[in-house]
Design a protein around this ligand. Structure first.
Ligand SMILES: Nc1ncnc2c1ncn2[C@@H]1O[C@H](COP(=O)(O)OP(=O)(O)OP(=O)(O)O)[C@@H](O)[C@H]1O
Ligand SMILES: [Mg+2]
Length: 143
């Protein structure tokens, strides 16, 4: 595990960008942290690192936003609204795990009971320290 303090939204985005540049197909990044922690901010960087030009915003009316045009496809899920086990099991999340894509999941702790099989799951925890500081604890990406 690696722990770092990000001092700005841009710094959090840069971390995501670094991961995006190093990402291999089949990577699944699980993001946990309260509202406004910076999960989406990190995903923006991830998109940039993958070479995706589109502006990334959290899926609100759908479960997933899918982005092409980069080195690998990016599936961005937000499970905030999935509360019960039935909702989670009925959501068909397997569809968004792709061996040749990268999947990033906000509120991922809701599905850590599921089996990720061949996928390379990296867990990330973001905590608010102060207005501009975030503590980010993550599995080593080698990036
Ligand atoms: N060091 C930092 N890293 C990331 N975001 C920061 C940082 N400092 C301040 N912020 C601000 O915190 C907010 C993070 O918002 P973001 O949408 O990324 O949170 P989130 O974790 O995705 O929340 P939600 O659960 O609502 O989706 C932004 O307004 C951003 O500008
Ligand atoms: Mg978000």
């Amino acid at each position: 595990m690696v722990t770092l303090i990000s001092h700005s939204p841009a710094e959090t985005e840069s971390l995501g960008e670094r991961w995006g540049r190093a990402a291999q197909g089949g990577l699944v990044i699980g993001l946990s942290g309260e509202l406004g922690a910076g999960k989406t901010q990190l995903v923006r960087g991830l998109g940039r690192g993958l070479g995706i030009a589109a502006r990334i915003h959290s899926p609100t009316f759908t479960l997933v936003n899918e982005y092409g045009g980069g080195r690998l496809r990016l599936f961005h899920l937000d499970l905030y609204r999935l509360e019960t086990a039935d909702q989670i099991n009925g959501a068909g999340l397997e569809e968004f795990l792709q061996p040749d894509g990268v999947t990033v999941i906000e509120w991922a702790e809701r599905i850590y009971d599921l089996r990720f099989g061949i996928y390379d799951l990296k867990k990330v925890q973001i905590e608010i320290v102060s207005e501009l500081e975030r503590q980010i604890v993550y599995d080593d990406f080698g990036a």
